[in-house]
Ligand binder design. Structure first.
Ligand code: UD1
Length: 418
């Protein structure tokens, strides 16, 4: 099994360019089931994207990935469509469940494996099914599979989500594309990745009015023949490198960053005392000293993202005083805490709130990655720790960070994979 070795305390200097967003690419790939020909640019070359590509091939789409150009071409010639998403492809990547809406909308039936829980929580899909049922689908769960059908096709409906879910909003949008009549979705997620999906569906010909938490879709759309789309940059990757730069940077520039969608995080970093110069598509971070404590609470966008919680926690180990993080989205998202404690961090957890005392000297140790974002927090800790940090189970990192080591190495970090 591969490991990462990091020798900490290097002063990072250089430029990092962000990759395309994994979480925007995944639902757009699922949307390609509804299309004829699609060309997607700026895709990140990470494991989850390859798994989704494999799932689409299994369903019957022609999928060609051009690694060098960060391009994926998809074609649905409808010859041999299989409306099944098997367990082996959904179990490692929960976003596989996003094929349910489009399959149901276009082929009126689907059998999709239940994704199951994961390290950060039980992660049910009841909100996805709630929306699809409102659109007229008959759904049962059998042998670990969601078996759904809509013999006469889906019909537009009014759907008010009882709570906000990114995935359920995406699945409902995808299903509403093929549903007859108007669908009004309310209490929707408003993450930038959802806006990118809406842009894509509009290019396909769908009439969508977006009022933030309320989205109106006029469905029964027949897709335009060819769609060309460039995926937005990865804001979670961006947030991760912002933290890396504040922690260990002498002078780091982050390029290809849409600073409009980072307002919150940039404001938090500035409040903590980070020296940041913001331009339109890049951010310059200079050596920052005497960081101040801060309290954050994870919330759906535009609130602070749960996907950046673990990274900001490492920053809090270096800020003066007791910082706090309240995790409101997932019930078990402090798995990185015991590992950070092994590196010397002083963190206490009570209910869903972590209190982090800083500044604390971190020391390299052998640690274990538990999920995607927890893993990268250990990399960040390794960058500022004394001695050597060894991170096990790094396959989690490969699910979502494109060329992590080479991007950090380019900035003079001492990091290698063995
Ligand atoms: C997406 C992101 C993930 C991010 C999360 C929250 C992708 C591929 N993944 O995941 O990186 O951490 O948003 O920003 O985009 N819930 C239910 N029932 C449901 C669906 C969700 O109870 O049917 C709960 C979840 O357990 C969680 C909360 O709702 O507590 C939010 O989850 P959701 O927004 O759906 O996250 P994902 O779409 O799975």
């Amino acid at each position: 099994m591969q490991k990462l070795l990091i020798s900490g305390k290097r002063k990072l200097k250089g430029t990092i360019s962000l990759s395309g967003s994994k979480n925007a690419t995944l639902p757009i790939l699922a949307a390609s089931i509804l299309a004829n020909k699609v060309k997607l640019n700026n895709i990140p070359l990470v494991k989850d994207i390859f798994t989704m590509a494999e799932l689409l091939r299994y369903i019957g789409l022609k999928v060609k990935i051009k690694n060098f150009k960060r391009l994926i071409e998809l074609e649905n010639n409808e010859k041999k469509i299989n409306t099944l998403a098997p367990y082996k492809l959904v179990k490692t990547m929960r976003a596989g469940v996003l094929v349910l809406g489009p399959l149901l909308a276009k082929y009126r039936k689907a059998k999709v494996s239940l994704p199951g829980g994961c390290a950060i929580g039980t992660r049910p899909v009841d909100l996805h099914l709630f929306a699809l049922k409102k659109l007229g689908a008959k759904i049962k769960i059998k042998d670990g599979y969601i078996i759904a059908e809509a013999r006469k096709g889906l019909r537009g409906a009014q759907i008010k989500f009882p709570s906000i879910s990114v995935g359920a909003t995406e699945n409902a949008l995808l299903a509403a594309f093929g549903a007859k009549g108007k669908t009004i979705l309310s209490n929707c997620a408003t993450e930038p990745e959802i806006l990118d999906l809406i842009m894509f569906l509009r290019k396909m010909g769908c009439k969508i009015e977006n009022f933030g938490r309320k989205i109106i879709v006029r469905g029964n759309t027949k897709s335009k023949n060819f769609i060309n789309h460039k995926v937005i940059s990865d804001r979670i990757e961006g947030g991760t490198y912002l933290v890396a730069a504040v922690l260990a940077g002498e002078k780091i520039t982050i390029n290809k960053i849409d600073t409009n969608i980072f307002k919150n995080e940039l404001a938090i970093l500035k409040k903590m005392g980070a020296r940041i110069v913001i331009s339109k598509n890049s951010v310059l971070i200079m050596k920052s000293k005497n960081l101040k404590k801060i309290s954050i609470s994870t919330k759906p966008y535009p609130g602070f993202p749960t996907d950046l919680q673990a990274q900001f926690m490492v920053l809090m180990t270096q800020s003066k005083g007791v910082s706090k993080i309240k995790e409101n989205i997932f019930e078990n998202r402090f798995m990185h805490v015991p590992e950070l404690r092994r590196m010397g961090a002083k963190i206490e957890i009570k209910n869903q709130t972590a209190s982090i005392l800083g500044p604390t000297k971190l020391t390299g140790a052998e640690v274990m990655a538990t999920d995607l974002r927890a893993s990268v927090s250990l990399v960040l800790a390794g960058l500022i720790a004394d001695n050597r940090t060894i991170i096990n189970r790094i396959y989690h990192l490969d699910r979502g960070y494109e060329f992590l080591e080479s991007k950090l190495k380019k900035c003079k970090a001492k990091i290698k994979r063995i």
